[in-house]
Ligand binder design. Structure first.
Ligand SMILES: Cc1cc2nc3c(=O)[nH]c(=O)nc-3n(C[C@H](O)[C@H](O)[C@H](O)COP(=O)(O)OP(=O)(O)OC[C@H]3O[C@@H](n4cnc5c(N)ncnc54)[C@H](O)[C@@H]3O)c2cc1C
Length: 466
């Protein structure tokens, strides 16, 4: 039987300050970071502990009120933004931000979902360890959001996606049950690994309340280098040589097009220390062995001698390192200042990056002669941000379809790391096979039969309502 829902009942669970109903205070919860998506909500509720999350979910489930989980609101797919109905409740984990424990021997950390990524990184660093999830939004993104989106970032090449850091998980399921698997085990093959269902599913199957994360040893040496390369093919030749020479030390291998860095120079005022080139590679390696710098220098000399790169520079200080990374991290801001851009966060098998770029550039320029392509990304893991700057009246849906079809043709994914949210629901359904979508439907119905967990995100709501 459906029960009545009241704000008062929510306040009884989370306290007076734990429910936000005032329109002005609610507004930041109802729009995303970029201002692309806007919605309305009954209220935002901010529980203080897992038991309160479970009680809120039970209350909402009994009254059939949908829930939108909310972390740091830095997601780029509108996953944390409610729909326009004004019926949904936003459940923010921001008051659950404790680092519950840190084990220096086992190199693990148990942390609540609302903890800001940077706070968790700093706690690990204070203990002489590394939490190797790194992205430009780390000062705002929260662990629950990071895991729910299976975030990537610049360290994936060495440390994998966020999923790879999770040893244990605590969740509240759609019926309000608490399921705790907060084990610190690297080896645990006892039955289904159910935690994977909640990682990367953007709050559509349940609420993540805490996690045990695998940390890593902190390297004592770090080397950062920028290379000018004549083509994307040569960039992959550099990657191959780097993998052979210093493979296990390579944290990041970022590809940036010449036009991308021209935008940075124009709008942010930062320039590369190298001569203009069609492409650039920014690479970072780290190790505790003192020989790291010699090894990187040797590798760069080899790369230059073979002609895979035309020029290169190694940062001589932390300041220079930051300057090189600043070039890479300023591309998005520069692109935003240039005009309207349509973003494609795609991945293809690494070896196919040059072929994909060639075919996509030609197809986009044929269909949209006024377009300008701004391609850059985490090439070491096959992830390209294939962004296209187009005039305001250009058909963005046609552009999305064109690019995504080519991605699929190259065996790629239409979302490498930003997730589906509400932004790419239709495209996911166009691009994924029927058996894969059917499996997703069965999982959703099994775990959230009433369709109250972040409805309309990742999967169309019709999957539940028929
Ligand atoms: C400048 C900038 C740079 C970025 N760079 C990268 C990058 O390099 N790589 C990358 O992968 N992403 C990147 N992002 C995207 C974003 O930072 C990540 O998606 C991040 O993981 C979102 O975390 P959040 O806490 O802000 O989540 P939110 O935006 O609040 O939520 C994201 C999704 O997770 C769900 N959710 C949140 N918390 C929970 C929970 N506790 N339980 C269940 N569901 C939950 C929400 O409903 C939503 O669907 C970037 C964003 C910005 C603004």
């Amino acid at each position: 039987m459906m029960e009545d829902f009241s704000i008062e009942a929510l306040r009884c669970i989370v306290g007076e300050r734990g429910v936000i109903t005032d329109e002005a205070d609610l507004a930041p919860f109802c729009t995303d970071w970029r201002g692309m998506f806007k919605g309305r909500a009954r209220c935002a509720v901010l529980p203080r502990c897992t038991a309160e999350v479970a009680a809120v979910v039970r209350l909402c489930a009994a009254a059939r009120v949908p829930i939108v989980p909310h972390g740091g609101n830095t997601g780029l797919s509108g996953g944390a933004t409610p729909d326009a109905s004004g019926e949904q409740v936003i459940l923010s984990l921001s008051r659950m931000s404790a680092i519950r424990s840190l084990d220096v021997i086992g190199e693990t950390m148990e942390v609540e979902a609302g903890c800001i990524l940077q706070v968790a990184q700093e706690a690990a660093a204070d203990a002489g360890l590394l939490l190797p999830i790194t992205l430009a939004a780390e000062g705002s993104a929260r662990i629950g959001g990071i895991l729910s989106t299976n975030a990537g970032g610049t360290n994936v090449l060495r440390y994998g996606m966020a999923r790879g850091r999770v040893l244990g998980l605590e969740v509240v399921t759609a019926d309000g049950s608490i399921v705790s698997g907060l084990r610190q085990l690297r080896k645990d093959n006892a039955g289904y690994d159910w935690k994977q269902l909640f990682i990367g599913t953007e709050g559509t199957l349940g609420i993540i309340t805490a996690a045990v994360l695998q940390l890593a040893p902190k390297s004592r040496q770090r080397v950062t280098a920028l290379l000018a390369v004549p083509s994307a093919d040569e960039a992959l030749a550099v990657l191959r040589l780097a993998r052979q020479a210093i493979g296990e030390t390579l944290n990041a291998f970022e590809l940036m097009s010449g036009p991308a860095l021209e935008l940075v120079a124009r709008h942010v005022g930062l320039t590369t220390p190298l001569a203009p080139a069609p492409w650039y590679v920014l690479l970072e390696a780290s190790s505790s062995l003192p020989s790291l710098r010699d090894a990187v220098e040797e590798m760069l000399a080899d790369v230059l001698e073979r002609g895979a790169a035309s020029d290169g520079v190694i940062a001589e200080s932390e300041k220079q390192e930051r300057e090189l990374w600043h070039l890479r991290e300023s591309i998005t801001e520069a692109e935003a200042r240039e005009g309207r851009s349509i973003k494609h966060d795609v991945s293809v098998p690494i070896a196919l990056i040059p072929a994909f770029l060639r075919v996509a550039d030609e197809a986009v320029m044929n269909a949209f002669p006024l377009a300008r392509i701004n391609a850059f990304g985490h090439a070491g893991d096959g992830n390209i941000h294939y962004n296209v700057i187009i005039p305001p009246d250009a058909d963005s849906q046609a552009l999305n379809r064109l690019v995504h079809d080519l991605v699929v043709d190259h065996g790629g994914s239409i979302s490498a790391e930003h997730g589906i949210g509400q932004y790419r629901v239709d495209e996911l359904h166009r691009c994924r096979s029927a058996p894969e979508l059917e499996l997703a439907r069965r999982i959703k119905l099994a775990l959230d039969p009433a369709g109250l967990m972040n409805p309309g995100k990742v999967l169309p709501q019709t999957i539940v309502t028929g």
